[in-house]
Ligand binder design. Structure first.
Ligand code: GDG
Length: 731
């Protein structure tokens, strides 16, 4: 049994002071309401203890004084203390004046300030330190939100085996927005997040945006939602956050609440109630919403005195100037509307600026005929979900299509929040919607919210986290460590007829943007010459390259060559020999398709060899290159089915060639030819896997670079190849 450690910026309460007296209140906010609900549900739990790490407004002495009263029965609280100036620059600064506006598509509000970034790094370090202090082997760590993007990596650096999940509660923006950050910040943030084993987002789009940014900035490899980074497999997926459905649903049968609701109904007798509640935030689209309501009132005088909008704002981040400015703007707009349309007996807008108690919130959800939720951007938006869960018999949700919730609640009236006419029309549609239609829309949405509530959300995330960890274990490779190298050296020293098979691209030479640029360096050439100088060694460069290139680059060396994956062999001091009867008619059929993909994917190119046609896409936009390569693969496989043509999905290449030759069979032929009593074989690509499979039992096989392989050992990168081979010069 393990423990669950939750880390969020804030602990789930806020501190209120009156002189020496300190009192605590549950804070509002999406993350906190969801997680607290999960903890309170006390479900049959896989964890022996649940710990919540976060910052709070108490200093160390105050914490000592109040900690007993603060400790929750459902979880243990562990505070992180951050100096005021650092916290200020971290929280109001980098988190809420840089990341928050940028991730919500408000680039013009983003503040770029080095001190903010430094404070962010410093605070994240304090969170990581606190966690490492508490953590024990087997614990599950779940880090939340944009305040703590660096914490996963900071923990991973110290504890490589840690089980770490990360969830982002706000949108992850498209790469075009994310790239606005300075390069160092972009890299640091992405590397930070990639320290996790599982990275969760609310929607499919956010997942794709994140993968795209990681590819563009850190050049990570991915296969759908699985990312390969620093020799680790990291999963990303969508987990649309759920609410505590029962808590809101059951509020319907609370008698005290029914009395309140009747009171409200009476005071609004004869009027339909529109309701909204938001933190004061420019992302929530408050002025746009008011403009939509104003347009509605202007265009529909028949509804005057028959509708009231209860407009609630919860104070938030009031130390940040952008927020205090917004308050003024919103209040001016409210006064304008009320001034313009009010009568002696009717006020179209009821404005409140304070925190609502839970019961009051539910009362308003239930009394409202319409919830008007129109943020300009919102990671998810829980208010929309809570409104739906609370209303059993009627009610209409008008929801911004720019919220994460819109991808789940498509029976709501979806509007573009910037289009005030659309908002006005949606209000009319909602006011006149027949009750049966209200009920049927509500029922469908409720079913979905009931099925995927907060407990399901947490369990789903944690199950996937375990699964991600298991997949990592399965993919664990056997690294070629010093012990393994010594064993190979030992066998090598005893052997008389040694065969060293070396792939070229990605093994002897790093990949270049264009294949013709991947020439061998001086160091590789002299290492090969030295190896070949010992007459007990047969060095074979076994490549997909054509014979001319191999001759040009390495032909002066006293070694053996295989070109085009085995179509041609040249033993040392001999001529090139063709291993198969060549016919190139098939190329005329395949070439036009490859040419089409060169025009459809700029940066890609065709390499033509005697028996092979290759489409290279290393030098293209990673997203486009990958998706075009899937299309091309599909086209080619359809075209070449039941023919002797083989299509190979390689490392940023698609190769087409005649069947019958591959590196595996060719390697075997060469080993037999030399009657080798020692074999060492290095390669990095799909075509080298044929070799690894066939000669794994006949010698030592080493894959260069991460990824699953049939080779016995893995070497972490191409740069280690020459140093490794040098060890066989003087073992
Ligand atoms: C972030 C993302 C994402 C609000 N006012 C009162 C009150 N609340 C409660 C609501 C709801 C929560 O706070 C607000 O949640 P939201 O989802 O609307 O927004 P954020 O706080 O910005 O949360 C958001 C969320 O994380 C979860 O992942 O959905 O997109 O921005 O639960 O009920 N509760 C009470 N009185 C109030 O006055 N009692």
């Amino acid at each position: 049994m393990s423990r669950l450690i939750i880390i969020s910026n804030r602990l789930p309460f806020s501190v209120e002071r009156s002189g020496e007296e300190i009192s605590l209140r549950q804070s509002s906010g999406g993350l906190i309401s969801s997680l607290k609900s999960y903890f309170e549900k006390n479900t049959t739990d896989k964890f022996t203890e649940r710990i919540w790490i976060g910052s709070c407004d108490l200093n160390t002495a105050e914490w000592k004084r109040t900690s007993d009263s603060i400790q929750g029965k459902d979880f243990t609280i562990e505070p992180v203390f951050i100096k005021k100036e650092i916290y200020e620059n971290y929280y109001n600064g980098f988190a809420n004046s840089t990341l928050w506006p940028l991730f919500h598509y408000f680039p013009s509000l983003v503040v770029y300030n080095k001190d903010f970034f430094n404070a962010y790094m410093e605070s994240n370090r304090l969170f990581a330190e606190k966690t490492l202090e508490i953590m024990r082997p087997g614990d599950v760590v779940w880090i939340h939100d944009y305040h703590l993007l660096l914490v996963p990596q900071l923990i991973r650096n110290v504890d490589p085996a840690a089980v770490i999940g990360f969830f982002l509660h706000i949108p992850f923006p498209s790469y075009e927005i994310f790239r606005l950050l300075p390069t160092l910040w972009k890299r640091t943030l992405l590397q930070g997040i990639l320290g996790a084993d599982l990275i969760g987002f609310h929607t499919y789009d956010y997942v794709q945006h994140f993968i795209q940014s990681a590819k563009m900035v850190l050049e990570v490899d991915n296969q759908f939602n699985t990312i390969n980074y620093n020799n680790r497999i990291i999963k990303t997926d969508l987990f649309p956050i759920g609410i505590d459905f029962d808590k809101f649903r059951n509020s319907c049968s609370n008698e005290k609440l029914s009395v309140h609701i009747n009171d409200i109904k009476q005071s609004f007798a004869g009027k339909k109630i529109i309701f909204s509640v938001d933190r004061l935030d420019y992302t929530k689209g408050l002025t746009n919403r008011l403009k939509g309501y104003e347009d509605f009132l202007e265009q529909h005088p028949e509804w005057h005195e028959k509708v009231s909008f209860v407009f609630n704002i919860v104070p938030s981040r009031d130390l940040i100037p952008t927020y205090s400015d917004r308050k003024k703007m919103v209040e001016e707009k409210i006064s304008t509307i009320n001034g313009r349309f009010s009568t002696i007996s009717w006020q179209p807008l009821m404005y409140r600026y304070n925190h609502l108690g839970f019961e009051e919130l539910c009362t308003l959800y239930r009394a409202a005929d319409i919830a008007l939720i129109t943020p300009l951007r919102d990671g998810m938006n829980l208010v929309a979900k809570e409104y739906v869960a609370t209303n059993d018999k009627r009610g209409v949700l008008i929801l911004s299509e720019l919220t994460g919730a819109a991808s789940e609640l498509n029976e709501a009236i979806l509007v573009n929040p910037t289009d005030s006419q659309a908002v006005a029309d949606a209000i009319v549609m909602a006011l006149t919607m027949p009750i049966e239609e209200q009920q049927s829309r509500m029922r469908l949405m409720q079913k979905r919210l009931y099925d995927y509530d907060v407990v399901r959300w947490v369990n789903d995330f944690l199950d996937q986290l375990y699964q991600a960890k298991n997949e990592q274990k399965k993919a664990i490779v056997k690294w070629l460590d010093t012990r393994a190298v010594s064993a190979i050296q030992h066998d090598f020293s005893l052997a008389e007829r040694r065969c060293i098979l070396l792939d070229y691209d990605g093994t002897l030479a790093p990949y270049a943007k264009v294949p013709s640029e991947a020439k061998p360096g001086k160091e590789v050439i002299s290492m090969l010459a030295d190896l070949a100088a010992d007459e007990r060694n047969e060095v074979v460069v076994i490549s997909g390259r054509d014979s001319n290139t191999l001759d040009k680059w390495l032909g002066h060396l006293n070694i053996n060559f295989v070109a085009e994956h085995g179509v041609f062999i040249k033993y040392k001091n001999q001529q090139w020999e063709t291993q198969v009867a060549l016919s190139s008619n098939w190329k005329d059929m395949v070439r036009p398709i490859l040419e089409l993909y060169v025009t459809r994917c700029s940066g890609s190119l065709i390499e033509e060899k005697k028996n092979t046609l290759t489409w290279h896409y290393r030098n293209t936009h990673p997203g486009l290159g990958f998706s075009r390569s899937r299309e091309l693969l599909n086209n080619l496989l359809q075209m070449t089915g039941n023919t002797p043509i083989q299509v190979i999905d390689g490392n940023k290449v698609i190769e087409v060639r005649l069947m019958g030759v591959d590196k595996g069979n060719t390697a075997l032929k060469i080993i037999d030819y030399f009657k080798s009593d020692f074999v060492l074989c290095l390669g990095d690509d799909t075509t080298d896997e044929d070799m690894f499979r066939i000669i794994r039992n006949k010698g030592y096989t080493v894959k260069v670079g991460p990824g699953t392989t049939a080779a016995e050992y893995t070497l972490s990168s191409q740069t280690e190849v020459v140093p490794l081979l040098k060890k066989f010069l003087d073992p």
